[in-house]
Design a protein around this ligand. Structure first.
Ligand code: CUK
Ligand code: CUA
Length: 769
């Protein structure tokens, strides 16, 4: 065996060998023995079999969960409950370079409030875009409750592309809910406040504080919210809560509930009873019914006035045009959920034990015949409860949210106080089954269960407390998402998943095969604007440009590249006080070959996925030496993927000595390296012969590996030529170093080739010649 194969084998097989030794004792045990040792029941084993996903296996559904106070989105698979990704949304996230590269900083900057950077979000409700009421998997929205914002995430690369800020609200809980063709994203306010950015005393609450509901216009072609075409309904200062869009027969309408329609303003400091007493004293609150389709027509016809750059429909206009109605709701309502057929709307009262089912048919009749029981203090017509209610069902104490099954009329409601899930029939109004939950469930989610195309099968309970469910990790406990099998008559609890990141309020799911994310960007891509970066750099065209203005302020632009295993440039020289703008393009085309870029003391951390161009701008305000390196273990010589930023003092003059390495090489060293390279080439040739004699083109994974290997081999050729040129000049030092670089590329080629060969063997590729 020559040097190369020995080394390559030690790299490639070390992991596999280690694993097989340590697991041999385990695998000799029988299933019964394992069950006995671990105290597992047959029911446990069945649950495990329903959720366990063998190595390399995929999930049937993908879940997007809110990340709560982390301001992020959590992505995981069902039924395995394996976490796949955290997506940085309102909060900087260094692994993704989010909030560290200039491109994503520009996205976060869109979310500034009154010019102030806001570094976190309280994310509550994610929503996937829909076409004809069915999840289409193109984009994801999520709201920030604390700072009234909505973010747009592109599901082609799972990156946040846009953040919009409400021009009116000071808080917004009930977003994001989409209309059936993602025409609009619903986003109701929560705590009433003046629409103006000024001080208004609480004594003027009834007159000057307002609630509201924004319909953000989504441009599907551009994949961005169009603020200029979005409109907001001014609403009374009730605390507007969650929302849902009508569908089928109720298409064109939206529903959102509210609490604290008492309009209580608190003030224990002034000797008054607290908010919790004053905001829950009435027996009912109001569901708000809005006609967004007609509102959109009025906007289009130029009949709605703009204020602060947005269309604002005041209450007077809404009432006059028949755009806004109220219906009594159970005490302190929470959650409003339209059934998949669009015929009913369910609302639960947190302080009631009933979920109320409203009939869209009845509501529509009342509106058409103008049959109202009165008006609220702001002149909004109120539809009598009896003229809207279909059923009221006793589901348990503290019902919150409802989701739907693929089976007709079947709904599931989360029961907060009683800590359970109630399965019930909303057509007949009867309870079918109940399952205890650990503990205090908030939202719940069935597969695509808030769309016109629910898939049934699984339900996830998003619990508020986990108390004793996991190994203790201090006073701050993880959250607990519990997976439940809903395919049979009776619900079966399958799995507990701890979520150690914020309080995830709501989650949405999608059949995994509807998602088609890419694995690489077009070369030189600004992923945040989805366009070619002006800083795109090709291999061999790397350069550094320094320009100074009239006042002597200088900016250094570095147009660099990354590829296994070097960063170009490897030395960057600037002068103290220069603004440094680094731009790196990842030249890789291979799947998962991401390079990172981190630098000492400058808050620089980039994640450069294949094809991406990422930038970082900072002021080199202190003379010194700043090493930088790649933060992704991208190849065997990853640690050598390094460089230096030299910040020279003003007026620095280099002393005329060249760069000296610690080691020098002879002709013998060069010849020895060339011998190794020739032997390595033989191995590569054998691997290539194996691959090309099989039907490798039938395997896209192998085609990609071969493509990458071909690239690497091309680089090897370039290095070989440089090595030979140096040898011709008897420059043994450079001849040897370039021969070594030639070998580095060969190793990468061989590594890829071996991966391709193993893949073909494991997948039983056919011999073709
Ligand atoms: S809310 Cu948290 S449990 Cu923000 Cu949707 Cu109901
Ligand atoms: Cu690139 Cu490590």
């Amino acid at each position: 065996m020559n040097t190369f194969t020995t080394r390559a084998l030690s790299v490639c097989t070390g992991l596999v060998l280690g694993l097989s030794i340590s697991t041999s004792a385990w695998s000799a045990k029988t299933l019964e023995q394992v069950m006995k040792d671990r105290g597992l029941t047959e029911k446990n084993i069945l649950a495990a079999a329903k959720t366990y996903t063998p190595t390399g296996g995929r999930d049937e559904f993908i879940v997007f969960s809110s990340g709560g106070q982390s301001g992020q989105v959590i992505v995981y698979g069902v039924p395995s409950m394996r976490i796949l990704k955290y997506i940085g949304v309102f909060t900087p996230e260094p692994w993704q370079g989010y909030g560290f590269d200039d491109e994503s900083k520009a996205v976060l900057a869109q979310g500034r409030i009154n010019g102030k950077d806001i570094y976190y979000g309280d994310t509550h409700h994610p929503a996937i875009t829909e076409t004809d009421g069915k999840t289409d998997g193109h984009y994801l929205f999520i709201n920030d409750k604390a700072n009234p914002r909505i973010a747009v995430i592109d599901l082609h690369d799972f990156e946040t592309k846009q953040i919009v800020v409400s021009p009116y609200f000071k808080n917004a809980h009930g977003g994001a809910y989409v209309t059936p063709n993602s025409e609009y994203v619903m986003d109701p306010a929560q705590y009433a406040a003046p629409f103006a950015d000024e001080f208004v005393p609480l004594e003027e609450f009834n007159e000057k504080y307002r609630g509201g509901l924004t319909y953000w216009k989504f441009n599907k072609e551009k994949g961005r919210i169009d603020e200029s075409q979005s409109f907001t309904f001014e609403m009374p200062p009730y605390s507007q809560d969650l929302a849902d869009a009508g569908k089928g027969p109720s298409y064109g309408w939206g529903f959102n509930n509210s609490f604290c329609s008492e309009r209580y303003v608190g003030g224990t400091e002034r000797g008054r009873p607290p908010f919790e007493a004053g905001c829950s004293s009435k027996d009912t609150d109001f569901m708000h019914v809005t006609n967004w389709k007609k509102a959109a027509e009025l906007v289009k016809a130029g009949k709605v006035k703009k204020s602060k750059g947005h269309y604002l429909i005041d209450m007077k206009q809404a009432v006059k045009e028949g755009l806004l109605y109220l219906i009594p709701e159970p005490k302190s309502p929470h959650g409003v959920d339209v059934t998949p057929d669009g015929k009913y709307i369910t609302v639960s009262g947190k302080l009631d034990s009933h979920t109320w089912v409203y009939s869209w048919d009845k509501i529509q009749k009342a509106i058409k015949s103008k049959k109202f029981e009165g008006k609220d203090p702001y002149g909004i017509p109120i539809i009598a409860l009896n003229d809207a209610l279909h059923k009221s069902v006793n589901v348990g104490l503290g019902p919150l949210h409802t989701q739907y099954d693929s089976k007709k009329c079947v709904a599931y409601t989360s029961i907060y106080v009683d800590s359970m899930i109630t399965k019930w029939d909303y057509c007949q109004g009867k309870v079918l089954d109940q399952l205890p939950i650990h503990y205090n469930v908030g939202h719940l989610m069935t597969m695509q269960g808030d769309t016109m195309d629910p898939k049934g099968k699984y339900l996830v309970a998003l619990n508020k407390l986990s108390i004793d469910r996991f190994n203790p990790v201090g006073p701050l406990h993880p959250q607990n998402h519990q997976l439940i099998d809903i395919s049979g008559e009776k619900m079966e609890l399958l799995y507990d998943m701890p979520l150690p990141l914020g309080e995830p309020h709501y989650a949405v799911s999608i059949a995994a095969d509807k998602l088609k994310p890419g694995v690489r960007y077009k070369s030189g891509w600004n992923s945040r604007t989805d366009s070619r970066s002006p800083y795109k750099t090709r291999a061999g065209r790397e350069k550094t440009e320094r320009t100074c203005d009239a006042k002597g302020k200088c900016t250094v632009h570095v147009y660099g590249t990354t590829i296994r295993s070097h960063i170009t440039p490897e030395i960057i020289e600037v002068t103290e006080g220069d603004t440094v703008s680094l731009h790196f393009t990842n030249l890789e085309r291979a799947q998962d070959e991401v390079h990172g870029f981190a630098m000492y003391g400058q808050n620089v951390q980039l994640s450069i996925e294949p094809g991406k161009t990422a930038s970082s701008t900072f002021v080199a305000d202190k003379a010194g030496v700043y090493p930088y390196y790649c933060t992704e273990f991208c190849s065997a010589l990853h640690l050598e993927m390094q460089g230096y930023l030299l910040v020279q003092p003003k007026g620095y003059k280099a002393k005329a000595v060249g760069l000296k390495a610690g080691t020098t090489y002879t002709e013998a060293d060069y010849k020895k390296q060339v011998e190794t390279n020739i032997a390595t080439q033989e191995v590569i040739d054998q691997v290539v012969a194996f691959i090309t004699s099989h039907n490798y083109k039938d395997f896209p994974t192998v085609v990609a590996l071969v493509e990458d290997a071909t690239d690497q081999l091309g680089f090897a050729k370039g290095a070989k030529q440089k090595s030979e040129a140096a040898a011709a000049k008897k420059d043994w030092n450079n001849a040897m170093l370039w021969a070594n670089q030639w070998w580095q590329y060969q190793v990468k080629t061989a590594d890829l080739g071996l991966r391709a060969k193993t893949y073909l063997e494991e997948n039983k590729a056919k011999k073709i010649k």
